[in-house]
Design a binder for this molecule. Structure first.
Ligand SMILES: C[S@@+](CC[C@H](N)C(=O)[O-])C[C@H]1O[C@@H](n2cnc3c(N)ncnc32)[C@H](O)[C@@H]1O
Length: 258
């Protein structure tokens, strides 16, 4: 997407967001700090942080960031100042960061957070795959294994491989699948898994990786194999079939026959 595009940007957001917040911090502190030094008065942190938040919000609007980034930019500096006034032990911040990283590593690396397929989706998939004679199935980004383990129990004659790159969901899935001989767990990136041996690949990710994933699917899966994406269609590719699951989330399964 080029810089003149009228729609919000979708490429990797993190360096840009850091730059926007950093620019607002430098701009405000660059004026406020010398001014306070000159007047020999302490920097009013709350007012300064509100100014930083306003400027960062303005920068985010001018550069057409998604709405949630605009809110994050507006709130980040004031929230940091308010929280620092609570005198919370820094260890708690470290612990919160570690827990978030253990559960949501996928959101950082692939912009795919952890959320789980519904029970109705599992049932619909079990029905679909029972008629597939798929042999081997892979769940790309398997979360904590709820879906994969349920499928492994329902479809005893298929082998299900799971790959997950967030440590805590992987560990939970690994323990859950330990007594299922037809369910294999792997800690790692879905991009490192060869899809050549699988009759069915299932993914419940986000819009961000779908185009790249489709290129991988097309180049690695054999003709006749099936790629199923929960909720997120492959952009500009017509699905061979779409299945309404009928759950509260209005889940739709997009099926692509190679
Ligand atoms: C929306 S959850 C889906 C979980 C499960 N497949 C289900 O349907 O219930 C997506 C999972 O993909 C994982 N993930 C994201 N990027 C990944 C990557 N590059 N390699 C492996 N797993 C990834 C996330 O950590 C998350 O647990």
């Amino acid at each position: 997407m080029n810089d003149d595009s009228p729609s919000p940007r979708t490429d990797s957001p993190y360096p840009r967001q850091l730059a926007l917040q950093g620019a607002a911090i430098f701009a405000v502190l660059g004026v406020a700090w010398p001014y306070c030094l000159f007047r020999q008065q302490p920097l009013p942190w709350l007012e300064t942080s509100l100014l930083i938040g306003s400027l960062a919000f303005l920068f985010a609007c001018l550069t057409r960031q998604f709405w949630w980034w605009r809110i994050i930019h507006a709130l980040f500096a004031p929230a940091a100042v308010l929280l620092s006034g609570l005198n919370i032990d820094p260890g708690w911040y470290l612990a919160a960061f570690a827990l978030t990283f253990l559960v949501y590593r996928g959101a950082l690396t692939s912009r795919v957070p952890l959320y789980l397929s519904s029970r109705e989706t599992t049932q619909a998939l079990a029905g679909l795959l029972a008629g597939e004679s798929a042999g081997k199935i892979v769940d790309l980004g398997a979360g904590a294994g709820g879906l994969a383990c349920a499928l492994a129990r329902a479809l005893k004659d298929v082998h299900i491989s799971c790959v997950e790159n967030s440590y805590l969901p992987w560990a939970i899935g690994f323990l859950r699948a330990a007594r299922l001989p037809n369910c294999h767990w792997r800690l790692g990136s879905l991009w490192d898994v060869s899809l050549a041996e699988y009759g069915v690949a299932y993914a419940f990710l986000s819009p961000a990786p779908m185009s790249r994933l489709w290129l991988k699917v097309k180049s690695e899966m054999r003709p006749g194999a099936l790629f199923i994406s929960n909720s997120f269609p492959v952009p500009e590719v017509e699905a061979s079939a779409e299945i309404e699951v009928g759950d509260a989330r209005k889940t739709r399964l997009y099926c692509y026959r190679l």
